[in-house]
Design a protein around this ligand. Structure first.
Ligand code: KIV
Length: 255
């Protein structure tokens, strides 16, 4: 069983692997193949629920999908993504994070807000930070920290997340050199998405790598399968066989 301490101890020794999952059987496939961390991301809103962005995802959505992921997972660390407005202050953050832990998460992820992270850690909630491009508050979806001033701010924020007690930190859409610098300046592992090869680990949205979501195709996504096409061809064959009265045949019928 991967614990936050185990993930921390992997820094500098072994790359950390993280993917998103939202259902039991995808989580089980990841767990069976050795993933370190499963994130029940608020990307759920876009890749499963069909919203335009992550802002419509609710606490109840994350609770339900965290439960499903937990039922398929034995070894990986499960991180529940706290949706927008679910950690606006300490009181609401602790209430909601406790609900995510109850539903099967081992830790929660929050975007920015090291002061909230500190409060949660003090109350025995394990927290993964998330800085750089943070979709819940971003007004423009672009690479972050490209100039000296914003790069400096990101380094300071990373240090604040470490000081707050986060056990790891997602860096989203930051230039390779800056991600390398942040990774070298803090003692907790960095997990990159669009942040180059020098982070301590990597995360991607599973529906993107499986070819199940093609509304957006950011440069940092690598497609490892084309399940969207496989799915369509299976549906096509089924429809054709039923229409042509080829299914069900004798092998699939009772006598
Ligand atoms: O919601 C999500 O999938 C995420 C990852 C992209 C890090 O936050």
């Amino acid at each position: 069983m991967k614990t936050p301490n185990k993930i921390k101890s992997m820094k500098g020794k072994e790359k950390i692997t993280m993917l998103t999952a939202y259902d039991c059987f995808t989580a089980k496939a990841m767990d069976d193949t050795g993933i370190d961390i499963i994130l029940v991301g608020d990307s759920l809103g876009m890749v499963i629920l069909g919203y335009e962005n992550t802002l419509s995802v609710t606490v109840d959505d994350i609770i339900r999908h965290t439960g499903a992921v937990a039922r398929g997972t034995e070894n990986a660390l499960i991180v529940a993504d706290m949706p927008v407005n679910s950690y606006n202050d300490n009181e609401i953050a602790i209430l909601n994070s406790e609900a995510f832990i109850k539903s099967g998460a081992h830790a929660v992820k929050i975007e920015n807000k090291p002061e909230i992270a500190k409060f949660l850690v003090e109350n025995k909630i394990e927290v993964m930070g998330h800085i750089g491009l943070t979709p819940q508050t971003a007004t423009e979806f672009k690479v972050q920290g490209k100039d000296e001033e914003t790069a400096k701010k990101l380094i300071e924020l990373a240090k604040k997340c470490e000081e707050a007690g986060c056990f790891s930190l997602v860096l989203e859409c930051v230039p390779v050199d800056l991600a390398k610098k942040i990774t070298g300046s803090i003692s907790i592992p960095t997990i990159g998405i669009g942040a180059g090869p020098f982070c301590d680990g990597q995360v991607l949205v599973s529906n993107d790598i499986l070819g199940l979501y093609d509304k957006l195709s950011p440069k940092f996504v690598k497609r490892y399968a084309d399940l969207g096409s496989d799915m369509k061809s299976a549906f096509k064959s089924y429809i054709k066989e039923v229409k042509e009265k080829k299914f069900p045949d004798d092998d699939h019928s009772f006598h």
